[in-house]
Design a protein around this ligand. Structure first.
Ligand code: ATP
Ligand code: MG
Length: 428
């Protein structure tokens, strides 16, 4: 008998054939003559019926509890009443692992479900989100490969803060203090001198106290750096990457979006070129909406959301005041107060990436460090990159979970990662 995946049955590949599926009991309803089981595997759920007339299968099915694992054999038939349009008329049921009473039920609170993350990940919602997450990572890698980028593996333990400041996690490393990386950028910058176009998809850690729908303390960061490029090259690359990810997702993930009730049509609107506005224009637009923001202020979540409403799709904001940007941002030679930095924003979430041109001149870089009260001696190796064959270069970092929150219309970033870490959540 053919062992099949549930998606094969739902796709119509097994109609009227004898099949065997392996999975877990998702729902169960027992009538007088019929037991309805909804069985799930990694690929979907299917309704199965067990008739009382089949005494052996019936006895086994009666014992089944929610989340018991099983093998079920029978004939796959189209049935318009069944969710998904197919049903298995079971002929044999065999329990693999009988489950104790499953703690997650409809009446449970959100807090309880978060404590039960290890079990909640079996829900269809989480199953589908994790599936799309894996695909989005795959499409991203596809684009990087197509554009001749090499994937690299930067360290997570670092000895100096990338940007310094309050969101750094320190940790005991034998008898010294180290930090968990907030960004791999500086390490990618090292690697451009040999590999040229490089990227990584790796964790970044931020001691973010703010509890928002867009902050985690550990998130996955898609970062890239490359030499001989400017701001225009950077924005072109980023919009190309986004267009590719959205196009591939729209082609490939229709069922997943339908199951989540997420709007897939917004992905079709992601087409290059993206709208680009300067920071100064963003401030003007916000002022026109009665914002009290003035030139020099950083854009907050509410400001970004307000701006994004006008576009209804991804767009860029570039040319920020240098005072609100990191020391490594190159400044405009014709307007030294402006940093060559760019954020990509999307509706509902605001910023999903920050990138920019990196300062390639050693003296300018030292000057910028001093302005920000950083010690150049802490960055000797970083300065070496400007001493030996410096090149103009650019790079960006995009939060994988933020991207997913937008794509999948999720309410909260914690649903975009299997084991979310926030100020209060680190279990399991
Ligand atoms: P924000 O101002 O929204 O906190 P940021 O400007 O401090 O973000 P960057 O240092 O620019 O963040 O990081 C690059 C990208 O990484 C961001 O655009 C965002 O997509 C993602 N990111 C940053 N911090 C977090 C976080 N705490 N949780 C999830 N993703 C994050
Ligand atoms: Mg940023």
């Amino acid at each position: 008998m053919a062992l099949v995946k549930i998606s094969e049955i739902l796709g119509g590949d097994c109609t009227d054939k004898q099949v065997s599926v392996r999975g877990w009991v998702y729902r169960k309803r027992q009538g007088k003559e019929l037991i309805f089981l909804v069985v799930r595997d990694a690929t979907g759920v299917i309704q199965c019926t067990v008739k009382k007339a089949n005494a052996t299968a019936w006895a086994e099915a009666e014992k089944l509890t929610i989340e018991s694992s099983l093998t079920l054999e029978g004939v796959a038939k189209p049935d318009t009443r069944a969710p998904g349009g197919y049903e298995i008329a079971a002929e044999a049921v065999s329990i693999i692992g009988l489950a104790e009473v499953f703690p997650i039920a409809k009446d449970k609170s959100e807090e309880f479900i978060r404590d039960m993350r290890h079990l909640w990940l079996r829900s269809r919602k989480m199953n589908v989100v994790m599936d799309v997450r894996a695909k989005v990572l795959e499409y991203s890698r596809e684009y990087f490969r197509k554009t001749c980028f090499t994937e690299v593996s930067p360290p997570m333990f670092i000895s100096a803060a990338v940007e310094g400041g309050s969101t750094l996690f320190g940790l005991k490393y034998f008898d010294q203090t180290l930090y968990l990386t907030q960004s791999s950028q500086l390490y990618l910058e090292i690697l451009i001198y040999s590999l040229e176009n490089v990227y990584c998809i790796a964790p970044s850690f931020r001691a973010e106290k703010s509890r928002t729908i867009r902050h985690l303390t550990e998130y996955w960061h898609m970062e890239a750096e490359w030499p001989f490029a400017d701001m225009n090259d950077l924005m072109k690359f980023e919009e190309g990457l986004m267009e590719h990810i959205c196009k591939r997702t729209a082609e490939d993930c229709q069922k997943e979006f339908a199951e989540l009730g997420a709007d897939i049509s917004k992905l079709a609107q992601v087409q290059v070129p993206f709208p680009r506005i300067t920071y100064a224009e963003a401030i003007d637009r916000l002022k026109a909406k009665n914002s009290a923001l003035k030139w020099g202020d950083d854009l907050g979540y509410e400001d970004e959301k307000l701006l994004a409403e006008e576009f209804g799709k991804p767009f860029f904001v570039y040319d920020y005041p240098k005072a609100i940007k990191a020391f490594y941002c190159k400044t405009r030679r014709d307007q030294p107060e402006i940093a060559l930095s760019v954020d990509m924003m999307v509706p509902r979430i605001g910023e999903i990436s920050t990138g920019g041109q990196r300062e390639e001149d050693k003296d300018q870089l030292i000057q910028r460090m001093k302005e920000q009260e950083l010690k150049p001696e802490d960055y000797e190796w970083y300065l070496d990159l400007r001493r030996y064959g410096t090149v103009p270069h650019v790079g960006f970092g995009m939060g994988v979970e933020r991207l997913l929150v937008w794509m999948l219309d999720l309410d909260n970033i914690i649903d975009a990662i299997p084991f979310p870490r926030t100020t209060r959540r680190f279990y399991p």
